[in-house]
Design a protein around this ligand. Structure first.
Ligand SMILES: NC(=O)C1=CN([C@@H]2O[C@H](COP(=O)(O)OP(=O)(O)OC[C@H]3O[C@@H](n4cnc5c(N)ncnc54)[C@H](OP(=O)(O)O)[C@@H]3O)[C@@H](O)[C@H]2O)C=CC1
Ligand SMILES: CC(=O)[C@@H](O)[C@H](O)COP(=O)(O)O
Ligand SMILES: [Mn+2]
Length: 380
């Protein structure tokens, strides 16, 4: 039986993780969860999965739920996230929380020797060097949940790093893939949230539309697979059937395919190095697919991807700025405060205004994250 701490239980990845726990209840148990504002869903999760520890965001939610569920333990705030992440009964931390708030809980869980199943790419973008360093020092496995990184991880099983020629991350192109930049001036939040292939949380769906999601994934791949940015390519692939590929120096390319279903990479991270059947999954019927579309990436059409490569190559605190500026700008877009194309403008301004600090400590990362959000919000 593997016992799980799940950060972000009420979100898209969180609820799909619980689908896996429900389907394989003989293999997995939910010991601790963290949630945000969705207290109604939290009640349902407590009733069904009986997690021993529940971390909520506010003291008000803490008081409300503690009174309703006297048998469970409750905590709240950022300290609460850490408590849930390091819960002593858990073997694995599934980090499915949104944003760089997931960094400290992940570092603490690594220090406790927990296996990390990581969906929360912002954690790796904002401080990848700290996460990888801690994982190596504590001999902790970092298992990718993000579909492209799971695909690469699966393709690399049994392979030697020295034989890798390059990684090829596939990108759907997001909600506006068939529109020219000139058509993006007046697009709405609702249109941006209409991803062609995946049903995901709001923030990542906007990131897919700006192509920042792929930019974050390039940085995520740099850290997870310790490859230089020059060896990480992006390829437009409209159908999201090939979830990514690895090319080796003997010209062989290995790809992982499947229908767009996040339960597959989630389940693989939980069962690794084994696999379990996914009886509720949609099997891929290649004969039905017809042609698969691929196209080179136009970096001028998708400026956020270019910013991510530039920030990643500069390193230090520049990826921290990229991530924090993106989180703040996307939040502003979702709140209707700015137009879609202003997201990339705000990010560009934050990057231009920053002088990177090499090899930053956690406290420097946290300070730069906070200052960047204040800077972006001051421009709104
Ligand atoms: N969705 C997907 O298919 C994929 C997601 N990912 C990554 O996984 C992570 C989660 O994404 P997704 O599930 O889509 O996101 P959602 O927005 O659907 O869920 C985010 C979760 O985090 C909680 N949360 C949000 N902000 C805070 C906060 N400040 N403190 C504590 N909890 C918070 C939410 O709580 P509540 O809802 O209760 O407010 C929710 O439980 C992201 O890093 C994303 O990039 C990666 C690949 C695919
Ligand atoms: C499901 C998942 O992993 C998301 O990151 C998804 O890949 C978004 O895809 P695009 O960014 O390619 O639209
Ligand atoms: Mn992805």
């Amino acid at each position: 039986m593997k016992t799980i701490s799940l950060l972000g239980a009420t979100g898209s990845i969180g609820t799909q993780t619980m689908d896996i726990i429900r389907e394989h209840s003989e293999e997995f148990k939910l010991a601790a969860i963290s949630v945000g504002k969705n207290i109604d869903l939290t009640r349902k999760i407590i009733a069904e999965f009986q997690p021993e520890l529940v971390s909520v965001q506010t003291m008000a939610d803490y008081n409300t739920l503690k009174a309703e569920f006297p048998k469970n333990k409750f905590t709240f705030g950022e300290e609460g996230l850490i408590e849930a992440a390091v819960y002593d009964k858990s073997d694995i931390l599934v980090n499915a929380v949104l944003g760089s708030v997931g960094l400290n809980p992940t570092l603490q869980a690594i220090e406790c020797g927990k296996t990390i199943a990581i969906a929360n790419k912002e954690t790796l973008v904002t401080a990848g060097h700290l996460v990888i360093e801690a994982a190596k020092k504590n001999n902790v496995a970092l298992l990718p949940v993000d579909s492209e990184h799971s695909a690469i991880f699966q393709a690399l099983q049994g392979e030697k790093e020295k034989n890798i020629e390059r990684l090829i991350l596939t990108a759907s192109g997001g909600s506006f893939r068939d529109r020219a930049r000139s058509e993006l001036e007046k697009v709405t939040v609702e249109e941006a949230l209409n991803h062609p292939n995946w049903s995901m949380g709001a923030k990542i769906t906007i990131d897919s539309a700006t192509m920042m999601n792929k930019g974050l994934e390039v940085i995520e791949a740099h850290w997870l697979f310790s490859l230089s940015y020059e060896k990480i390519d992006v390829l437009l692939h409209k159908e999201s059937i090939i979830h990514s590929m690895v090319e080796f120096h003997d010209t062989s390319v290995i790809a992982q395919l499947g229908t767009p279903d996040m339960r597959v990479p989630i389940q693989f991270a939980l069962t690794y190095p084994d696999r379990l059947p996914l009886t509720t999954g949609n099997r891929l019927n290649l004969a039905q697919i017809g042609t698969l579309h691929f196209q080179e990436m136009d970096m001028e059409r998708f400026r956020c991807l270019k910013f991510a490569y530039e920030a990643g190559k500069i390193g230090g605190t520049m990826p921290t700025v990229l991530n924090a500026a993106n989180e703040a700008a996307v939040a502003a877009f979702l709140e209707g405060k700015i137009r879609f194309l202003q997201i990339e403008d705000l990010i560009e301004q934050a990057l231009s205004a920053h002088q990177t600090t090499k090899n930053p400590s956690l406290s420097v990362i946290q300070e730069v994250d906070k200052e960047t959000r204040q800077f972006v919000n001051s421009l709104l």
